[in-house]
Design a binder for this molecule. Structure first.
Ligand SMILES: [Zn+2]
Length: 424
């Protein structure tokens, strides 16, 4: 029986959509889950067809809640509670979000009413709606939901409370608390949904890393150099990098002791870094296999800073370009590739001269490409340790370099070591 036939049989058995079952089966078998086990897990996921049709809430364990469930009743421990304001049909509404857990798993929830949930409570949530978000089930606690606070505390294997280090934050997280030092902080005026608004933006650090932040309701305790505990923050994603959001519902507590901040950036295999979707500050080590076109002596639009080609900016048409230096180098470590982008200063170091030198060089050769060629000579085929901000989006995987250093490891030593291994 083909996988498609299996999916069809299972789907009609369970009374659910065949395509969904097929996609789930394909996913599970691609992870080498044996077929029978995969089918069993889907039977559990889709509730064996028994109670999935009616609107009667079913008492379920969290692991058994599927995106096809209508309403469910669960007994769970409150892991986190985040408070946030959203604009819904023209009105500002306060909602509560976080995670619930039982012995079998955990699930995100949104409460549209004030139920008085606190971190650590054990509750029975009756008649909660199930909705799908990003392919996963989430609980909606609304007007028709009942809530009972249980006396017996449910033991769960997950951390109760929202305390996290910066490296453990993920986009979509709510109700998180961090202890950080404010490394950079800038006041900006933006056009918000209620007209011009002041916000703070900058960079936070702790012992595990650094992340950008935005404070939508400027707190006076947040200033460059300050060490603070931020409570009830949420995490968004910007170009693949998690960003900490401080709001009017967040608490900011100034700390007397300085929070220690890591000087180094975590080093990752390129493949892992790219599949993680981006990183604010990361170190990647690999061989430069190519210097891409658009490197060397380039011209930028004076209006927007984009690279000008043949005197034309994509947004501003014919412009008088401003000279700049840049390198776009493809870095490869065998697990993946990224384009390391070096700005003016790092390019100057690699090239061994500034813009004036480069222009003279190009004039003498009557060809701008000689600058890029010189850079190619210098770096292609060598191993570099590159630190910077990694963004992964429709423009590809780009590492905006803050440092670019030849790797300490001597390639000839490595070659010798490899040969020695072959010899024995
Ligand atoms: Zn422009």
């Amino acid at each position: 029986m083909s996988l498609e036939d299996e999916a069809e049989a299972l789907a009609s058995d369970l009374g659910v959509d065949k395509q969904e079952v097929l996609e789930d089966l394909e996913k599970l078998t691609s992870y080498s889950v044996p077929l029978e086990e995969a089918k069993g897990s889907l039977r559990r996921k889709y509730g064996d067809g028994s109670a999935s049709s009616g609107n009667e809430p079913t008492t379920k364990e969290i692991a058994d809640i599927g995106t096809d469930d209508g309403n469910v009743t669960v007994t769970a421990r409150v892991l986190t509670v985040g408070k946030r304001s959203i604009r819904y049909q023209g009105d500002d509404q306060t909602i509560y979000e976080g995670e619930l857990a039982d012995e079998t798993g955990r699930i995100s929830y949104t409460a549209w009413e004030e139920f008085g949930l606190s971190v650590g409570d054990t509750v029975t949530v009756g008649n909660a709606g199930v909705r799908e978000w990003d392919g996963r089930p989430e609980l909606n606690l609304g007007q028709s939901t009942t809530l009972v606070f249980e006396d017996d505390t449910l033991d769960v294997e997950y951390g109760v409370g929202g305390d996290r280090t910066l490296d453990a934050l993920e986009p979509g997280d709510r109700g998180r608390n961090v202890v950080v030092r404010v490394l950079e902080c800038e006041r900006k005026t933006i056009d918000g949904r209620d007209g011009e608004t002041e916000i703070l933006s900058g960079v936070l650090g702790d012992e595990t890393g650094k992340l950008p932040f935005t404070d939508w309701d400027p707190h006076s305790e947040i200033e460059a150099g300050a060490s603070v505990r931020l409570e009830n923050v949420s995490i968004r994603e910007f170009r693949g990098v998690p960003s900490v959001n401080v709001s009017e519902f967040s608490s900011v507590i100034a700390l007397q002791e300085d929070v220690a901040v890591s000087e180094s950036a975590p080093e990752l295999p390129i493949g892992d870094a790219v599949s993680s979707g981006g990183a604010y500050d990361v170190t990647l080590v690999g061989n430069v296999i190519e210097v891409r076109d658009g490197s060397g002596l380039i011209e930028r639009c004076p209006e927007c800073g984009r690279v000008v080609q043949n005197g034309q900016c994509r947004s501003h048409g014919a412009v008088e370009g401003e000279d700049d230096l840049r390198v776009k180098a493809i870095l490869d470590d065998g697990t993946g590739t990224v384009t390391a982008v070096l700005g003016h200063d790092l390019t100057e170091e690699v090239y061994g001269g500034g813009i004036e030198t480069a222009k003279e060089h190009a004039r003498d050769a009557m060809d701008k490409e000689v600058v890029a060629d010189e850079i190619r000579e210098q770096i292609v085929g060598r191993e570099y340790r590159v630190r910077g901000q990694l963004s992964v989006d429709e423009y590809g995987a780009n590492l905006n370099a803050t440092s670019f250093e030849e790797s300490d490891e001597d390639p000839s030593e490595r070659a010798k070591a490899a040969l020695a291994e072959v010899d024995t």
